[in-house]
Design a protein around this ligand. Structure first.
Ligand code: GLU
Length: 472
């Protein structure tokens, strides 16, 4: 097996087969679930400087069992067909696990975004969108892209604008893409969503008595140590929220330029600020730089969080992992062979298809907001606020006591959009965790959370196919 990307696809398929063996799903149906339903490869010219460049790009729709299909668009020079296929397949299982009613998809543009100016990136993004429109590969009820590695809300705004240029009359056009800027039909809380979901997911792990007994950990995340590889959107919000809301101690951070460590803990805000100012994390006061960038994998800590790209923990470095809990914030960061080693050594891998599903969960909320043409909370916020005020007034009248202004404000506060989004995300991560744990603790011979998550997903997708009447 040659490239990392091919290995990634092979890993996903291998994990599929292993989990499938625990189900009683018909082999024909399993085959239908496993394959990618549609693979679109395109090559288009874009003017760069005073010449033209041919850009290679993909959109893969893994499963049409529910529509629209959903998944991010990646800008990376490593993109190839197998990588996009693997990522699209993961989206199907991810959506099923968190009960987001979409099929899985993924897009990839084979470019290194840092080598282009914003104007050139805009041209590439818009041209890619036009290719998708031409082939009917985008639309609020067809296929809905979102950000992924190398893209963000800026690109999503360009996609929406291009789509609207062609489909101006469509009343639900805003739902053709998610992860948009809040002022351009986006939703509050989408940017932090994947990292926040990672935090909620890990928090559940640290509340599961049986897992804690196996790992020899005390309950709760407070005081636990964490190392994060990758300080992009997912890694930075995972760190910030774990530190600020979970009292987790970040002891190591890794980025392209290298890996830093501090036994006393690294303040995540300071680290992000420092990197913004200096273009590197190396030299952050109070930290030491480890000899090799790849040393992040071997730092002694409780929770290891790979939050960048696939296949970073392989059979070559898996034996170096000391952490007991490895949270897959990235998609596919641990190869199937590496996972076997980690599990044999007593580690618990919290699988990507569950742990990083917060992004697509809030994308689903954004899509619902777009289809309803109204922000969440608009109808009920004032009503709830007035109700709470009435309760307080009644209590004050009945008791003759007064509640101070600060307390009053706290109690009468009704939910804003971001509060509802976070609440929906928290509920999703908690209830999905329990569904996975039911399989993990309940099935014989299931000894890891990835198999448990996969089984949960496969049963749901198979059930959808059967209700569609495609399979008896
Ligand atoms: N790219 C993200 C993922 O891998 C988000 C996908 C989405 O929001 O549709 O889950």
């Amino acid at each position: 097996m040659s490239s990392k990307q091919a290995k990634f696809y092979e890993s996903v398929q291998r994990n599929f087969d292993r989990a499938a063996a625990h189900t009683d799903i018909h082999p024909g149906l399993l085959q239908q679930i496993k394959v990618c339903n549609a693979v679109y490869q395109m090559n288009f010219p874009v003017r760069i400087g005073d010449t033209y460049q041919v850009i290679e790009a993909y959109r893969v729709q893994h499963s049409h069992h529910r529509l629209p299909t959903k998944g991010g668009i990646r800008f990376s020079h490593l993109v190839d067909q197998e990588e996009v296929m693997a990522l699209a397949a993961l989206m199907t299982y991810k959506c099923a696990i968190v009960d987001v009613p979409f099929g899985g998809a993924k897009g990839g543009v084979k470019i290194s975004p840092r080598s282009y100016t914003p104007e050139e990136l805009e041209r590439i993004t818009r041209r890619y969108t036009v290719e998708l429109i031409r082939k009917n590969f985008i639309g609020p009820s067809i296929d809905v892209p979102a950000p992924d590695y190398g893209t963000g809300e800026r690109e999503m705004a360009w996609i929406l604008d291009t789509y609207q240029t062609f489909k101006g009359g469509e009343i639900d056009a805003a739902g053709c893409v998610t992860g948009k800027p809040v002022r351009q039909n986006g939703i509050n809380g989408r940017t932090e969503a994947t990292g926040r979901g990672v935090y909620y997911g890990l928090r559940e792990v640290f509340h599961d008595e049986k897992l804690l007994a196996k790992l020899g950990f005390s309950r709760g995340m407070a005081g636990k140590t964490m190392v994060i590889q990758g300080m992009g959107n997912v890694g930075s919000y995972t760190g910030l929220i774990s530190q600020n809301e979970g009292d987790v101690k970040i002891v190591g951070l890794s980025e392209i330029e290298g890996t830093i460590y501090s036994e006393n803990g690294i303040d995540m805000e300071a680290a992000l600020e420092y990197r913004k100012e200096h273009g590197t994390i190396l030299g952050l006061p109070g930290t030491v730089t480890l000899p090799d960038r790849g040393d992040w994998v071997a730092i002694d800590c409780d929770i290891l969080v790979p939050a960048a790209l696939e296949s970073v923990i392989t059979e070559e470095n898996a034996h170096r992992v000391k952490a007991k809990v490895i949270g897959e914030a990235a998609n596919g960061p641990i190869t199937a062979e590496a996972a076997d080693i980690i599990i044999k050594n007593g580690g618990v891998i919290v699988p990507d298809m569950y742990l990083n599903a917060g992004g697509v969960t809030v994308s689903y909320f954004e899509w619902l907001k777009n289809l309803s043409h109204m922000r969440f909370g608009r109808m009920e916020k004032r009503f709830n606020h007035n109700t709470y005020e009435n309760i307080i007034n009644t209590v004050e009248n009945l008791t003759g006591k007064t509640i101070n202004e600060k307390e009053k404000q706290f109690i009468t506060r009704a939910a804003d959009e971001v509060d509802l989004v976070r609440s929906g995300l928290e509920e999703t991560m908690i209830s999905s965790f329990h569904q996975i744990m039911e399989v993990y603790h309940g099935y014989k011979n299931v000894d890891n959370l990835r198999d448990a998550a996969f089984i949960t997903a496969l049963n749901k997708v198979a059930n959808d196919y059967m209700t569609l009447g495609v399979f008896p």
